[in-house]
Design a protein around this ligand. Structure first.
Ligand code: ADP
Length: 249
C-alpha cells in the first residue's frame, strides 16, 4: 500500500535501491518510504533481502544502485567521515545480540554513549541505569552476557540500542532466537521506544508475529518489493481456506 504523505514526513526513503554481492542480487530496485514515528515490519522468506536492507540502512553495506535518504542524509553520497553522524541517529538490534562478552551489561550499554562522545561519567551512569531499569536488567548490570538467558541478552541489546535516544531503531529478526515470552517482552520494549517517538523498523519471517500487530508491513521476495501476500492482512475479506499456513522459509 503506497501512502501519499508529503516526502518531508519521511525519515527513511529508498528509491530504486539495488544491492549486489558479486553476481547475487540481494535487493533489486526497492523503493519505499517510512514516516517519522512509523512502526514497520519488513518481511519475506529467508534470503529475500531483509538483513541486507537493514545493513544498507546503518551502512554496514553500501548500496550498488539507487539512493536512500535517512533523516536528510543521502546514503549514496555519504562520506566515511559522516558515518558516525548517521549511526547516532540509529540503534540496531540483531538476532544474535552482538553483545561484547568480555564487558558487563552496564559496560556494553555505556560503550555506545562513550563512543558518541559523552564525557560525563555521572550522566552516562544515570542514563545507563535508567535504561537497564526500563528493560528489567538493573539487577544484572554487572553480569557478563554469556551468563544471561537469550531474552536477557536481547533486552540488554535493546537497552544498548535505545541509550543514545536514536530517532530510528532497526531490529533484524530480534525475536528469532527467543521463546514466546521473551519475544513478547522484547516487542513490548520496542513499542515503548515507539511510544517515546522513535521510528521502528523490524525484520521478521514470522507471520504469527505480524498477525499480532496492527503495523505496516513491507514485503520482500527474491530481493524485490512485492505487494502483500493476501493471507496476511485484510483477513476478513478472505475465505479461511485461502490462507497459507505453510512455512515461509
Ligand atoms: P534475508 O535476511 O531475507 O534472509 P539476506 O539479506 O540475508 O536475506 O540475503 C539476501 C540474498 O543476498 C541471499 O541470496 C544471500 O545469500 C545474499 N547475500 C547476503 N549477504 C551476502 C554477502 N555478504 N555475500 C554474498 N551474498 C550475500
Amino acid at each position: 500500500m503506497e501512502h501519499s504523505n508529503a516526502l518531508e514526513n519521511q525519515i527513511i526513503r529508498f528509491s530504486g535501491v539495488t544491492k549486489r554481492f558479486g553476481r547475487v542480487y540481494a535487493l533489486r530496485d526497492v523503493s519505499f518510504g517510512i514516516r517519522k514515528n512509523d512502526f514497520v515490519f519488513i518481511t519475506g522468506p529467508s534470503g529475500a533481502g531483509k538483513s541486507t536492507l537493514i545493513k544498507l540502512l546503518y551502512m554496514g553495506e553500501r548500496m550498488s544502485e539507487g539512493y536512500a535518504i535517512i533523516d536528510g542524509m543521502n546514503l549514496a553520497r555519504i562520506s566515511r567521515r559522516q558515518i558516525p553522524e548517521l549511526r547516532r541517529k540509529i540503534g540496531v538490534i540483531f538476532q544474535d545480540f552482538k553483545l561484547i562478552g568480555s564487558l558487563t551489561v552496564f559496560q556494553n550499554v555505556a560503550l555506545v554513549m562513550e563512543a558518541a562522545g559523552f564525557k560525563s561519567r555521572s550522566m552516562i551512569k544515570e542514563r545507563v541505569e535508567d535504561l537497564l531499569e526500563l528493560v528489567g536488567l538493573a539487577h544484572h548490570a554487572d553480569a557478563y552476557p554469556p551468563t544471561l538467558s537469550g531474552g536477557e541478552k536481547q533486552r540488554a541489546a535493546v537497552a544498548r540500542a535505545m541509550v543514545g535516544k536514536p530517532k530510528i531503531i532497526l531490529a533484524d529478526e530480534p525475536t528469532a532466537s527467543l521463546d514466546p515470552a521473551a519475544s513478547e517482552r522484547v516487542l513490548q520494549l520496542l513499542r515503548a521506544a515507539h511510544a517515546r517517538g522513535a521510528t521502528i523498523v523490524i525484520t521478521t519471517h514470522d507471520r504469527e508475529l505480524l498477525s499480532r500487530f496492527d503495523a505496516r508491513v513491507i514485503y520482500l521476495e527474491n530481493g524485490r518489493r512485492v505487494e502483500a501476500p493476501d493471507c496476511d492482512r485484510g483477513a476478513e475479506m478472505q475465505e479461511p481456506e485461502a490462507r497459507d499456513d505453510g512455512e515461509m522459509a
